[in-house]
Structures are given as C-alpha cells and as structure tokens.
Design a protein around this ligand. Sequence first.
Ligand SMILES: Nc1ncnc2c1ncn2[C@@H]1O[C@H](COP(=O)(O)OP(=O)(O)O)[C@@H](O)[C@H]1O
Ligand SMILES: [Mg+2]
Ligand SMILES: [Zn+2]
Length: 392
Amino acid sequence: MAEATENKQYVALARKYRPQQFEDLLGQDALVRTLTNAIQSNRLHHAYILTGIRGVGKTTTARLIARAINCIGADGKGGPTIHPCGECENCKAIAADRHIDVIELDAASKTGVDDMREILDGVRYKPVSARYKVYIIDEVHMLSKSAFNALLKTLEEPPAHVKFIFATTEIRKVPVTILSRCQRFDLERLSIETLMTLFHKILVAEKIEAEEEALRIVARAADGSARDGLSMLDQAIVLGNGRIDTKIVKEMLGLADRLQTFGLYEKLLEGDVAAVLENLQEQYKNGATPMVILQDLIDITHLLAKIKVLPDFINDPSVSENDREMCKKLCAAPINILSKIWQMLIKGLSELQYANVQIDALEMILLRIAYSAGLPTPAELLKELKKKIRTE
Ligand SMILES: Nc1ncnc2c1ncn2[C@@H]1O[C@H](COP(=O)(O)OP(=O)(O)O)[C@@H](O)[C@H]1O
Ligand SMILES: [Mg+2]
Ligand SMILES: [Zn+2]
C-alpha cells in the first residue's frame, strides 16, 4: 500500500500510507459498504458530503471515489469498480494529483463567489479523458454565502458527467440547502483498537520496533485521528532513533505517568491531602503538564464510573493491563462520589485555562476535591439527620 519512494528522504507516515484501496480505509465500515453497493450497482449520487474530525479519511475517501468511478482497468476496458486497478492512466494520474478532470480545491483559500463561478464554469464541459469530472471541495463550510448560492444552482441540475465530493470538519456550518442535495457520510473517529491495528501494519512494513504500551499511549492521545496518531509516531521514531519507546513517547507528549496519576487518585479518594500534593509536585517536576494530569484524572474518573455501571467493561481490550489492575483497586469508590469528582474536575478545566500559574490552579482544584471527597453524601447526611431527630 506504500507509494514508492525513490530517494532516502523521510516521507511522513501519514502521506506514505494513504490508503490506496477501500479495504485499507480502517474504521469506516458503513461508508465502505454503502459506497461498494453504489459503485457495484452503478447508482452513484451526484454529490457526496463527507464529515468528521481531521485525519479520519475524508480526503482519502474523496480520492478513492474519484479513482473507483474513473478506473478503466489495466487493459483499458474496465468499468467503474470498487477495486481501482492503480495501473491505468486515470488511476495513476489521480493518485499523483495531476488528473485534469479531477479538480481538488480548498475552500479555505478560495472562498469567494468569483472563484466559485470560475470553477463552476468548467462544469458544462465534458471530461477530457476521464469518465466523470470530479470536483473535490475541501473544508466546504468556509465558502462565502454567495459562493454557496452559485454552487447551489449547479447542484440543482448537475450534468450527468459531473460528481461533487465535499468534505468538512464542521457540518453545522454548511447550509441546509446544500446538505439536502448531497448524500452524507459521517466518518467516525478511529477507536484505540483500530488505531493500534493501523500502527502495527505500518510499523511492520517499515520494520520499526515498538513497545506496545507506547503505541497505546499514542493511540489514546490521537483521540480518534489517524493522521494525528501517525504524526506522533513520526516524531517518536526520530526521537527514539528509529525505535518507539514508552519513556520517550511519554516525554514527547508531556504525559503524566499513568500509574502515578492512579496513585494520586487513590490519595484523593482517601482525602490524604499531603500525599496528593506531594504526588502532584513529583509529577510536575518530572515534566508532566498540569493540563495532561487533569485530563488523565478526568479519564480515570470516567473509566471507574463506567466499570461501576458495566463491570464487564474492565475486560474491554481498550483498557490497558495497568489500568485494569489499578481500577480493581479503586473500584470501591461509590458512583455519587465519582460523579462529584467528575463535576469538579470538569469545572477545573476552564479554571486551568485561565490561570496564570497552572500548577497552582491544579493544586487548588485537587485540594477542593480532597476535602470534599471524604464528606458524606446528601443521602448519608439525610440519614444522619433522621437518626438525630429520632434520638432527640
Ligand atoms: N480511516 C483511515 N484508515 C487508515 N488510514 C487513515 C484513515 N484516515 C486517515 N488515515 C491516514 O491519515 C492520513 C490523512 O487522511 P485524510 O484522508 O487526509 O484525512 P482528512 O481528510 O479526514 O483530514 C492518510 O494519508 C492516512 O495515512
Ligand atoms: Mg482532508
Ligand atoms: Zn485504474
């Protein structure tokens, strides 16, 4: 699946491993299934809109569609196919971004109505060498109002030889009039397991050694974006001299030591204020940023609460071995305390953002929690109160 690289120059993994077939597009099963059906039965919509966070495969999908509908096969006789051959002139030109009939533009830089008119002017002309003229418009939500209106006219009566593929990270900013004329695909965040699969596949191809824990940390930090995950791997490979190492990845991401953060959590639940502050200072000294520690604490709270409600979740593959051990230890925490901690931590997020000295702000947030976590819950208070009334 890698594009050939002639020279020794380092090519970013995300670029080198852009999926060249629908099978390589991970985690977007619904989209792949629907497109496969549409292409096989030759019932393609004239306009698609792809939405999702950055780095989940929008541009990749747009190019794959362009190839699938324009591939003529190695012998020049093939029709549209879900498995573009990669050898015919159309496939090669589209992959190299130089096909005259596949027009890709970034709405972020061409927002005006004049740009749009100029582009749409070409819509009437038949494709030069492809079956369909394909217009790929990235970040389509950035178009100006008048540009949208110009586009709308064309979308109402598109010539049969034209396909539009729009991509956006902000679907809510796209006018309904446009949306109603497109078939919409929501690309999903890639799960931690899917990202791990992708990483393994690429690292095997690159013959790069990696620690499992390091990959999991990167997968978690990527927050669903394949591109972000692969960029982090690029960085980790350089820093680790060709090897992906847990310690280096942690340093690189300014990551708190997860085990230590679990320790912090334990002390927090116990209301052991001195130990909480000591743990925090220790982590800070070792380079963890307050924001990352706070986010880890939020993550742990969520994990504990989830396991509380769904005990089987502790065996879910997305829960790392270390997390599992620690969760077992902390699972006695009652759900109402967890939800109280959650609220206070979430509130802490914005406090931290506006604080001059973040570590001090985090100290205050944790103090507040440590002092209140051990407090009786409203229900317990009520019980106490009733007891008192009865005895009086
Ligand atoms: N679903 C996916 N499966 C495998 N790799 C992906 C996927 N989505 C993104 N990538 C990787 O990330 C890179 C950027 O993807 P791209 O399609 O440009 O993202 P988007 O347009 O959604 O921001 C690709 O070249 C590929 O390496
Ligand atoms: Mg893109
Ligand atoms: Zn082809």
